[in-house]
Design a protein around this ligand. Structure first.
Ligand SMILES: *Cc1c(COP(=O)(O)O)cnc(C)c1O
Length: 377
């Protein structure tokens, strides 16, 4: 089945009992038991809920894993995955990882003894240099946020396998429509489904999928034990969003390709980061592991003042955190999404103050150009 058909016809067809084409919302916390411990597969909605399970089956199928999990946010999904590790375990993490992931690792999991090294994972040799006797996993994002650096998923998986390290990939920017880390050798994939999978700026959610049955058992245990589950209505909203993932991702990409090329022609723009540009250092690698380049562009303006003025003056493009929505969203990472990273660390990673991150929506691209043109004039 082709990907745009699969996002519509996967996990569930119609409700067996009623024929409903849209999966029913089982807004219930508990389920009647015939006798103690005898039930129809559901006992309590933290442990399992049919609506959430329908969504979890969809993510498992789209990512080609054995089991999917839905959480109350991307950070809840990531925190559940990090809870697989114990005090004294060491992880190697992509250095321009999502700010919230950096924060939970450095301010929360560090307190319970999880050790982390941040490296530029676009070179496998950097991972090799960072490993310790107690290394258990490698956690990557590709493309990264906000500099859109590319890591070779297959090469990192080949490095991890003989050493028994788990490879975790945050696939938020690509979605399984463009990139399927589990098929490239990763063990766990996580998502902020708040972004492209939901797609409509109306739900905060996280997803995970795993490739191995034992890992699935462990993650389900943590999901149920720690309890950051997604509610039935939000699960339904996500399923509704995923139905149009294919056409949305195609349009995001088409607009982003066009805008990235156009931004390069503006004298006020110093640098454009977009993996779809042939001169992007990860262009060929990305093409070898993903079906598209996505809708995220970062660009550096002449000055911090111009960046702030532009985002204030935009009429159509919304100044907001988040990304992956049908409407275009813009942000200044150093002041917004990445503000929790200390300044010197941010500068070292190349997240300059004049850097702007644009999540290209599905509007007509000519209107987006006109909005940017007017705002920087
Ligand atoms: C937004 C985001 C997260 C966190 O997800 P929430 O749904 O906001 O908790 C994690 N990773 C990436 C790449 C993100 O963009």
């Amino acid at each position: 089945m082709k990907p745009d058909t699969k996002v519509l016809h996967t996990g569930f067809e119609v409700d067996i009992k009623t024929g409903a084409v849209s999966y029913p919302i089982y807004q219930t916390s508990t389920f009647k038991q015939e006798s103690p411990g005898v039930h129809k597969g559901y006992e309590y909605s933290r442990t399992g809920n049919p609506t959430r399970e329908a969504l979890e089956n969809i993510v498992a199928s789209l990512e080609e894993g054995v089991r999917g999990f839905a959480f109350s946010s991307g950070m809840a999904a990531i925190s559940a995955v990090l809870s697989l590790f114990s005090a004294g375990d060491h992880l190697v993490v992509s250095e321009d990882v999502y700010g919230g992931t950096y924060r939970v690792l450095s301010k929360v999991f560090s307190r319970s003894g999880l050790e982390v090294s941040y490296v530029d994972t676009s070179e496998v040799s950097n991972i090799e240099k960072a490993i310790r006797k107690n290394t258990r996993a490698v956690f990557i994002e590709t493309p990264t946020n906000p500099l859109l650096r590319i890591t070779d998923i297959r090469a990192v998986a080949q490095f991890c396998k003989p050493r028994n390290f788990l490879l975790v990939v945050d696939n938020t920017f690509m979605t399984p429509y463009w990139q399927k880390p589990l098929t490239l050798g990763a063990d766990i994939v996580v998502h902020s489904a708040t972004k492209y999978l939901g797609g409509h700026s109306d739900v905060v959610a996280g997803l995970a999928a795993v490739k191995d049955g034992r890992l699935a058992e462990q993650l389900h245990f943590i999901q149920n034990a720690t309890g950051g589950v997604l509610g039935p209505f939000d699960s339904w909203l996500l399923m509704r969003g995923i139905k149009t993932l294919g056409i949305r991702m195609e349009r995001h990409e088409k607009n982003a390709q066009e805008l990235a090329r156009w931004l390069k022609t503006l004298p006020q723009v110093k640098k454009v980061y977009y993996p779809g540009l042939p001169e992007h250092p990860g262009h060929d690698l990305h093409k070898s592991q993903a079906g598209g380049f996505g809708g995220m562009i970062s660009f550096e303006l002449e000055s911090e003042e111009l960046a702030e003025r532009m985002v204030r003056n935009l009429k159509l493009i919304t100044l907001a955190e988040s990304l992956g929505a049908v409407e275009s969203l813009i942000s200044i990472p150093s002041l917004m999404t990445h503000a929790s990273i200390p300044e010197e660390e941010r500068e070292r990673r190349g997240i300059k103050k004049a850097l702007v991150r644009l999540s290209v929506g599905i509007e007509n691209v000519e209107d987006l150009k006109e909005d940017i043109r007017a705002a920087i004039r």
